[in-house]
Design a protein around this ligand. Structure first.
Ligand SMILES: Nc1nc2c(c(=O)[nH]1)N[C@@H](CN(C=O)c1ccc(C(=O)N[C@@H](CCC(=O)O)C(=O)O)cc1)CN2
Length: 287
């Protein structure tokens, strides 16, 4: 079987150009450029790469970015004070705190402190709760939103399909299950306590791997012709890979996302989209 690549880089490029147009329209009408504030605490190397990618992406679409780099020793109080300062800054439309935080910091406490109207990661309980009851004005977390956009823009049918998600994290697995339900898929969520995991993944029309274990899934775990989406991101000695053995599944899956170049760039594209959504909503309340 020929496997079609779900090209996240190209799709993210298309989304960025749509957002750039929207921002230029707003600026032509006299509105200020939108601004995304990113807080990076400590020196996690991968986080530095991701924050740099976010900063670059903002520049590409005409969005301002404010990167607050804070030392690893930052206290909970100092971090909460920074979040509050950004909440109160009318020039800041979106706020995110890059995860993971250093171990001594409570991420939930920090996320709860972000104004839900500026929570462009979609992690705040208000936004997560709104998603769970179908409110469409909530910010949806970027990776799940990116997966759905990648599938829809590639013309992959989701409605009535059996979608199996391996992984139940708060930032990917759980919101992704809700989004796929919203798209009328039949959703199965697997996790570390699931028995006969392979029996379930082989039943999937759409299999989404989000377990955080390099190359955990191979051709024996997917049905011939399944759509395979790999949310994993691992830096091994021979380069980046995902949760799926990409080369081994080539020729068995009908569609597959590469790592890198699949879900990752879509995560950033959807972050930009959320920030433009926040910007427009805030301008609407101010006009
Ligand atoms: N506050 C947040 N923290 C984290 C999030 C998030 O959504 N919000 N998600 C991940 C990291 N992440 C975004 O921050 C992220 C990971 C990977 C990529 C990406 O574009 N990957 C590229 C390869 C990049 C490289 O060269 O290493 C790809 O897959 O092609 C973007 C964003 C955890 N933290």
């Amino acid at each position: 079987m020929e496997t079609q690549i779900l090209d996240g880089k190209q799709t993210a490029r298309e989304i960025r150009s749509e957002l750039k147009e929207q921002i230029q329209d707003c600026i032509r009408k006299g509105m200020p450029a939108p601004c995304l504030a990113v807080i990076l605490v400590g020196h996690d190397e991968a986080s530095k790469v991701y924050v740099n990618n976010k900063e670059k992406a903002c520049g590409w679409i005409g969005m301002k970015s404010l990167v607050c780099r804070m030392p690893a020793e930052t206290t909970q109080e100092e971090l909460l004070a920074k979040v509050q300062e950004l909440n109160e800054d009318p020039g800041v439309n979106g706020i995110l705190v890059q995860l993971p935080l250093p171990r001594h910091l409570d991420a939930d406490l920090v996320i709860n402190a972000i104004d839900p109207a500026k929570d462009v990661d979609g992690f705040h309980p208000v936004n997560a709760g709104k998603l769970s009851i179908g409110h469409r004005d909530a910010f949806v977390s970027c990776t799940p939103a990116g997966v759905v956009q990648l599938l829809k823009r590639a013309g992959v049918e989701i409605a009535s399909k059996h979608c199996v998600i391996a992984g139940r994290s708060n930032i990917v697995g759980k919101p992704l299950a809700l989004l796929m339900l919203r798209e009328n898929a039949t959703v199965t969520v697997c996790h570390s306590k699931t028995k006969d995991l392979s029996e379930l993944t082989r039943q999937a029309d759409i299999f989404i791997a989000a377990v955080g274990r390099p190359k955990m899934f191979g051709p024996e775990d997917i049905r011939e012709g399944a759509v395979v989406v790999d949310v994993g991101m691992h830096r091994l000695e021979d380069g980046l890979c995902g949760d799926v053995d990409y080369e081994a599944c080539m020729g068995r899956a009908s569609y597959m996302t590469p790592v890198p170049g699949g879900v990752g760039p879509m995560t950033i594209a959807m972050l930009l989209s959320n920030c433009v959504q926040a910007y427009k909503a805030q301008l609407g309340t101010r006009s």
